[in-house]
Write a protein of this length. Sequence first.
Length: 385
Amino acid sequence: MIRLLMVPTCAATFLLSLVIALSVLPAIGWAQIYKYQDATGKWQFTDKPPQAGQEVKIYSEKSNKKRLEKNVKKTLERKFKPLSAIEKATTAVVKVQTTLGSGSGFFVSQDGFLVTNRHVIRPAKLATADIEKTFFQAEGNLIKSRKLLATKRAQLAKNQRRLTDYVRYFEGLSDSEQAQERRAYNKKIKSHASNRQAIERFSARLKSEASELGAARSRYNLRHSNTMLAQQFTIILKDDTPLNARLVALSDRYDLALLKVDGHTTPFIPIAKNNIYRQGHEVFAIGSPLGNTDYMTSGIITSLKRDQIVIDAQILPGNSGGPLINSQGLVIGINIWKLVANDSKGLDGFGVAIAADRLLSEFGQLRAAIATLRQRSESLLEEQV
């Protein structure tokens, strides 16, 4: 599907200029520095070749991208000084902010890949259906009210004709007869005026409600469209530092989304291998419940259901997308929702998480990044040996 984005002329011109400028920039590669003595014996450093016949030393430097990167991992570990694997895992957990609200996420590689729930960054189908149903009901009620208004106005017009006939009848009476009919005449005039005012108030209220409903529908459509097209999101680190994350992929099978923060070395939570968890094992859920940041609850695994892990740890709105870790600080699941009874009002129930190994089967980019990370780690170990 082709999506067309409307860009203001000035912005489009700026973007075009930026693309042209970037396209003609030279590639960043090796830079040579020349060192030589001038006629006075002073050492000179330049990036231009010296004149022929001068003794010169050449220093080659490769542009160092790492100098431009912010090492988030070192910054957070230096700031919070985690003393355990569980506490260290909290440095890799973030709040994900979108036009829908906020949820949780966590880094799974040192080069900025992070995971959250799809429904955190895209409207959930059930929620969208509920909202559409609410609008449909409100619009249906509006149609009924307009029909009622039309009926009342027709009745008012009919009564107006009757009143006009009565006024003619009344004016044709003698003074003594009018005196006898005066009370009935005044009552009919007053009743008609009262009905007319009530209908006008109802019409004004109906017009206001229709305007509010239309504005609400427009806001929702705009918000929904922006949410469905959004590719950039704000994440909040453990120390409340905001960073930009881009969308990499969405899972079609599971409630999962893969984002990435570029240009930073990030803390991350290793993914547990081979489903090393069982019923009764202690687990910890980390996230940003109820708009807060960096909260943790604990419990045990109560049940294992195919690709899901059921826990008794407290899971609240905003925990979605956060990690479920074991006592070794390894991620075994991604929190998605809470299983509650119909009469519990959401206060009691079990937390549900997607098994973490689903991440590698769903996201090839992440699988490749983790494989590269493991290869680097193995190479470093071999060098140390």
